[in-house]
Design a protein around this ligand. Structure first.
Ligand code: PGA
Length: 262
């Protein structure tokens, strides 16, 4: 199941960092550091804050850069009385291609439930974009031996109502919550174990076809120094990078993991 060729996908989640001036600088610097071969080898998605999206899109279009524009969140309705929210429909008009859905910070700080996450996935795909579904366990879940139960439950909830075609087009990011922004990473082998069980679950709830095609990322304190080992695991097709994506030089080294031996 893990032998299918899936193009690696490296995503930079800037969270609430970088205003639109800083976003332009970061993207320009990254564009200078990455080569045509890098983009041929990996998909690079960048997820700036909402207020940066228009500037980032204009720069990417004008300079014909090969970054794929992403967002960090969206509302599940197309429009309406939801003060402060941004719909998937609006994002698609800005040429956004990928939307992170159900990040643990959204689940924990903003109370997003599995039902809300499912509705957002439906909205993102309705507007022709790709959801990056985030799943992951807390430290308490892990210590209680509930990692698989928690993660696979989130996967099952999110894939209901999705066709095989819709599931195979998705990206799922396994992000153990205790590893996010903490400097602690799951060992590559631990990440592989959970991620391969996600692939098996996709085969069960959707189809083996969807399971071989769906791209699975690891996230949580990924850096240039640990990316190569993480990417060497057979079921890990990419990474979702927070803190280390804010530094263009470091993020470029992450995107170029295949060139290094460390
Ligand atoms: P981190 O964040 O790389 O800073 O741990 C990952 C994420 O939240 O997506």
């Amino acid at each position: 199941m893990s032998t299918e060729v899936r193009k690696p996908i490296i995503s930079g989640n800037w969270k609430m960092n970088h205003n639109h001036f800083e976003a332009i600088q970061s993207i320009q610097k990254l564009a200078y550091l990455l080569t045509k071969d890098d983009f041929a080898a990996v998909d690079v998605t960048i997820h700036p804050p909402f207020t940066d999206l228009r500037s980032a899109q204009t720069l990417i279009d004008a300079d014909e850069l090969r970054f794929i524009l992403g967002a960090q969140h969206c509302h599940e309705s197309d429009s309406g009385a939801f003060t402060g929210e941004v719909s998937a429909q609006f994002l698609s008009k800005l040429n956004v291609n990928y939307v992170i859905v159900g990040h643990s910070e959204r689940r924990q700080i903003f109370g997003e439930t599995d039902e809300v996450v499912t509705a957002k996935i439906v909205a993102v795909q309705k507007h022709g974009m790709t959801p990056i579904l985030c799943v992951g366990e807390t430290l308490a879940d892990r210590e209680a031996g509930r990692t698989h139960e928690k993660v696979l439950g989130q996967v099952r909830a999110a894939l209901t109502k999705r066709s095989v075609e819709q599931v195979r087009a998705m990206v799922i990011a396994y992000e153990p919550i205790w590893a996010i922004g903490t400097g602690k990473t799951a060992t590559a082998q631990d990440a592989q174990l959970v991620i391969s069980s996600i692939r098996e679950e996709v085969a069960k709830v959707s189809s083996p076809l969807a399971a071989t095609a769906v791209r699975l990322q690891y996230g949580g304190s990924v850096k240039a120094s640990n990316i190569a080992e993480i990417m060497s695991q057979p079921d890990i097709d990419g990474v979702l990078v927070g803190g280390a994506s804010l530094d263009s030089a470091e993020f470029a080294r992450i995107c170029q993991y295949r060139l290094r031996k460390d």
